[in-house]
Design a binder for this molecule. Sequence first.
Ligand code: SF4
Length: 470
Amino acid sequence: MLAEIKGLNEECGVFGIWGHPEAAQITYYGLHSLQHRGQEGAGIVVTDGDKLKGVKGEGLVTEVFSQAAIQELKGTSAIGHVRYATAGGGGYENVQPLLFQSQNGGLALCHNGNLTNATALKYQLEAQGSIFQTSSDTEVLAHLIKRGGVSSHKERVKNALSMVKGAYAFLIMTENEMMVAVDPNGLRPLSLGKIGDAYVIASETCAFDIVGAEYVRDVLPGELLVIDDNGFRSEMFAMASNISMCAMEYVYFSRPDSNINGINVHTARKNLGKQLAVEVPIEADVVTGVPDSSISVAIGYAEATGIPYEMGLIKNKYVGRTFIQPSQSLREQGVKMKLSPVRGVVEGKRVVMVDDSIVRGTTSRRIVTMLKEAGATEVHVIISSPPIKNPCFYGIDTSTKEELIASDRSVEEIREIIGADTLTFLSPKGMIDAIGREEEGETRGLCLACFTGKYPTEIYPSTLHPYEKV
Ligand code: SF4
């Protein structure tokens, strides 16, 4: 769906490469393919084995890096980041990778996810004399690493990782090595690939295809990879526990050409559509999906029901970020500018409109109205996930509980607000089965907290006192 106007935003994407003469250029292409994970800032730090050097800025990848800037980033290894600003807010200083220089050399790091105990750790670190340059949760890890005493860099990183809680896929780089870590619950995806002898790391495997890398495997929950000129070594810094990959990665965030834990995202979405066909049989003339993430679901629903799939909604791909305005009325206008109904497809038809989720309800109401204004006689809305009733503390901006339309309303009340003829959400079990992960147990290795309120980790929301648990 249209992330910027919907109020459901991924926070970040990370990319790294070790041991390639065109490290910065490849990282640029990798970040470009991860642009859907964050459009508000981007950065690259390279190492030439002697020093770290970086370029970062606010805006899209193509806006931040000129070709000349990439040429200046000489080095054989790099880490990069695309950011959607939520935790800690926006601003240049919060754009990653964060780069620190000290007597012992440089340290660069970037992060996808959100640390749930960052505020509490910041209080402690500040009380012990730390001064933070940014308001981002990511900087906490840098301070913890630097304060780790005289032990080896790897031991200090492991020790720092043992103190942070929440969701993270970290890339940490010094002049001579890159470290890669995923939280013990495995909340955010991260994969390892290779281009020749060079190692590549990316939030999504779609980045491997763009840069010509071969997929090796996913980074495991609780795993620390150390990559240097001698290859890579793996060890567990923490026991994997209660594996909880974000279900919304499959439903909405990731690109359809990415694979997460061996499951292709497009295929998972088609299966969500097929499951919706089992749960919600509807008499209709056409099925249409809200671009981009719901097209795969709509195709699956159409295949399973025999109702023809049509392009009933077209996305204007050339509307830039400048059109995304914060106010409600302008946000609604933003929907109009980004989406258009295809009158020839929907006029006089009973339409099944497939979407991935409903956050505030504003976007859904606009789209239903648009389809009806274009002549649809009925609009049946089916959603490929359960109602979002709870905020996410793991790096997804799902708004506050008060802003979530499903937090205190029934499905019928939501249907009335968005003006649909019928509204159905996929059941939690239907979603879990359709995604089809191999893990055992009720959630089969998925986080479902925004639907169920059962968070896989302890939560310390910044709105509460930092030491108070919920
Ligand atoms: S709470 Fe929802 S959005 Fe957040 S990690 Fe869990 S499934 Fe994903």
